[in-house]
Design a protein. Structure first.
Length: 162
């Protein structure tokens, strides 16, 4: 079975889409700065570190989406799926908002940080109960197609990466 794509590879492709459309905004959960440097360095008015604050980040993204902006949330999988599940469910899923969520650390990538940073593949089970969110687990073979599908979908999407 092919392995998931790295966060660096996924975010490089997403950056190409982001930089071409001023409606996109990045909300990062206090991580990924080496991966996200191009967003922060080149678009400081559209890239924000929302801190260790995933519940509020989901609600911020929902508010932005309602106004026509196109938010992309980037954070570790346990925190944007489990910790912020209520906001993901009610604020984004129920309103079918055009929010793109990129979860990093699939398949226990961050195991050295302890179990709080790992979910095995439980994120897929958790997010899949939300009827309006499309889920992507890109590999090197599917990355281009998955990103194109994710960003052409006018509704919530979740992508998981290593």
């Amino acid at each position: 079975m092919p392995s998931l794509i790295s966060k660096k590879e996924a975010m490089s492709k997403i950056y190409d889409i982001f930089k071409a459309d001023p409606e996109f905004v990045l909300l990062a959960g206090d991580m990924g700065f080496a991966v996200l440097d191009s967003f922060f360095d080149n678009h400081p008015n559209r890239a924000f570190n929302t801190g260790i604050n995933e519940q509020a980040t989901m609600s911020i993204a929902a508010g932005m989406a309602i106004t026509g902006m196109r938010p992309i949330i980037y954070s570790q999988i346990p925190f944007i799926t489990m910790r912020a599940f209520e906001q993901l469910r009610y604020d984004i899923n129920e309103h079918k908002l055009n929010v793109k969520i990129v979860g990093v650390g699939a398949s226990n990538y961050f195991s050295a940080l302890g179990r709080s940073h790992c979910m095995d593949d439980d994120d897929i089970a958790l997010v899949s109960v939300l009827k309006n969110i499309e889920i992507y687990s890109p590999t090197s073979e599917t990355l281009e197609k998955d990103i194109e599908a994710m960003f052409s979908h006018n509704g919530p999407s979740y992508m998981r990466t290593l």
